[in-house]
Each structure stands twice: as structure tokens, then as C-alpha cells.
Design a protein around this ligand. Structure first.
Ligand SMILES: NC(=O)c1ccc[n+]([C@@H]2O[C@H](COP(=O)([O-])OP(=O)(O)OC[C@H]3O[C@@H](n4cnc5c(N)ncnc54)[C@H](OP(=O)(O)O)[C@@H]3O)[C@@H](O)[C@H]2O)c1
Length: 256
């Protein structure tokens, strides 16, 4: 596994990739990490397609992004509407250069053991965390291949590699997502079409609060302090397909 900082140090000087004018699809972008990523992309002049299920909060998030870049909000469930999301995105912007599969399903809260995890919940977890990203990748890849360039970011978790009690269903889905990403990268064998899996690390978000109800997560990094290192991967032309660990940056202290 590579950390973003370690990777950059090892590679020395780099030429940043220009994201301005590209188009990115970010799933699960109404809050949390997805919103933080969409926000940084918009600041760089990237056209952003944002998707989430709850229309009102998605529209509110999209309104905060507008003014910096062109934004298309698609109220949709990634497990049911992948074709529509990509179709309306391509209709509006012509291409999708960057796909960030960020939307994710945790499963029941509080987290059940593997022994008690309802298999129907596992079906839902796999559908959202594995099948939907696969479907979206299959829909954007033809365009990326015809242009000979593109970046896919599949957001994973350390639960994909470590056995944490209660996190087994979700973790198994992220392990599947990672393996699918590795295999796709090998099959594509095109350095300019990158398939990255990125573990953002623990963050103070709604999903994490659902995983640990009642726990005080306020000391965990906020998504906006983690997102810059993930965008840094997109902008670095030395970054190749692989698994990366995001690094969080401390938020500068506000003057009193
Ligand atoms: N938070 C952590 O500590 C942590 C750690 C490791 C990895 N991660 C990963 O980081 C990513 C972002 O998580 P987060 O913590 O930022 O979560 P979050 O704050 O709960 O945000 C999740 C976003 O995904 C959307 N979403 C959920 N299910 C969806 C579906 N089926 N279709 C479309 N949109 C959907 C949600 O909006 P709607 O509910 O309106 O659909 C929301 O916009 C996930 O892949 C997660 O596995 C998080």
C-alpha cells in the first residue's frame, strides 16, 4: 500500500495534470467525503456531476458548488440508476473523464456480527458497494478508452484488509471492490487510464456515526481535511493504478 505523501516523495519532481475543463462524476456527493471531493474539483474548474438519493440535500450541495464550475445534480440510487446517471452526465458535458465511486452502504446499524448479519442486508451492501461501481465503470470506460485517458477512483476502507468485529459485511464488499479494481487495471494495461483504490481513513461523517452510534467522533479528521490528498492523486501524472492511503491535513487554527 502506498501513502499519497510517500508516493510523491519517492517520485521526486512531478508535472501536475491539468484538471481544468475536465468532467468528473462523484457518487454520494451530497455530504461527507463525496461533497468535499466535488467541492475541490469544482474549485479547479472541473465540471461536476453529483449523485445521491435524497434530492433536497443533493440540490443544496450542488448549489454550494455552483459559481465555481458547471454542476449537474442527479437524484439517483447508484444501485438502480447507473445508466441514467451516466447518460444525463454525458448528454450535458459530452464526456466523463473522472469517475469517483464514493457512495457506499454500511449495512445495519449498530453493526452486526457476521453470524447475525441478515443475508438480505449483505445483498444490498454488495449491490451498492460492488455491483454499482462495476456498472458505472463499465459505462464510462468506452469513452475513456476512445480518448485514451481517464481516472477511476474507488473509495475503499481499511475494513477491506483488517477484520474488525461488526465491519465484516461492509469490509468484504470493499475487499471485492479492491480486487475488482486491481484486476481491471491489469486487464486494461493502459497507463493513461488509471484505476485507483483510495482508503480515506477514519473520518467524522454520518456513515461513521451510524457505524458507532453514540461514540464521540469529533477528534477524527473531517472529510475536507482528507479530500485534498485524494485530489492530489488525480493531479499527479506519476500516480499509476494501485491502492493508496489518503493523508489528512490538519485544519489551520483560526485566529482568535
Ligand atoms: N467515514 C469514514 O470513517 C470512512 C472510512 C473509510 C472509508 N470510508 C468511505 O468513504 C466514502 C464516503 O463515506 P462518508 O463517510 O463520506 O459517508 P456519508 O457522509 O454518509 O455520505 C455518503 C454519501 O453517499 C450517498 N449515498 C449513500 N448510498 C447511496 C446510494 N445507494 N446511491 C447514491 N448515493 C448514495 C449519501 O446520500 P443519500 O443518503 O442521500 O443517498 C451521501 O451523499 C464511502 O465509500 C465509505 O465507505 C469512510
Amino acid at each position: 500500500m502506498r501513502t499519497v505523501g510517500g508516493c510523491l516523495r519517492a517520485l521526486g519532481y512531478h508535472r501536475p495534470m491539468e484538471l481544468l475543463g475536465q468532467t468528473a462524476l462523484v457518487t454520494g456527493a451530497s455530504r461527507g467525503l463525496g461533497f468535499a471531493l466535488a467541492s475541490l474539483l469544482a474549485q479547479r474548474g472541473v465540471n461536476v456531476i453529483v449523485a445521491a438519493r435524497e434530492g433536497r440535500s443533493l440540490e443544496a450541495a450542488a448549489d454550494r458548488l455552483r459559481g465555481q464550475a458547471a454542476v449537474l445534480a442527479v437524484t439517483a440510487d447508484v444501485s438502480e440508476d447507473a445508466e441514467r446517471i451516466v447518460a444525463v452526465g454525458v448528454e450535458r458535458f459530452g464526456v466523463i473523464d473522472i469517475l469517483i465511486n464514493n457512495a457506499s452502504e454500511l449495512g445495519p446499524s449498530p453493526l452486526p456480527s457476521i453470524e447475525t448479519l441478515p443475508w438480505t442486508s449483505m445483498e444490498r451492501i454488495l449491490r451498492v458497494n460492488v455491483t454499482a461501481p462495476l456498472h458505472l465503470m463499465q459505462l464510462v470506460l468506452p469513452g475513456m478508452k476512445s480518448r485514451g485517458a481517464g481516472t477511476i477512483v474507488n473509495v475503499t476502507s481499511d475494513a477491506a484488509v483488517n477484520a474488525y468485529p461488526g465491519w465484516g459485511g461492509y469490509g468484504a464488499s470493499k475487499a471485492a471492490l479492491e480486487h475488482m479494481s486491481r484486476t481491471l487495471a491489469v486487464e486494461l494495461n493502459q497507463p493513461r487510464i488509471r484505476v485507483l483504490t483510495v482508503d480515506p481513513g477514519d473520518m467524522d461523517t454520518e456513515m461513521h456515526r451510524a457505524a458507532e452510534p453514540g461514540a464521540d467522533l469529533s477528534a477524527l479528521p473531517k472529510p475536507e481535511s482528507v479530500a485534498p490528498s485524494i485530489i492530489g492523486l488525480l493531479e499527479d501524472d506519476r500516480v499509476t493504478s494501485g491502492r493508496y492511503q489518503a493523508r489528512w491535513q490538519p485544519t489551520p487554527l483560526q485566529p482568535r
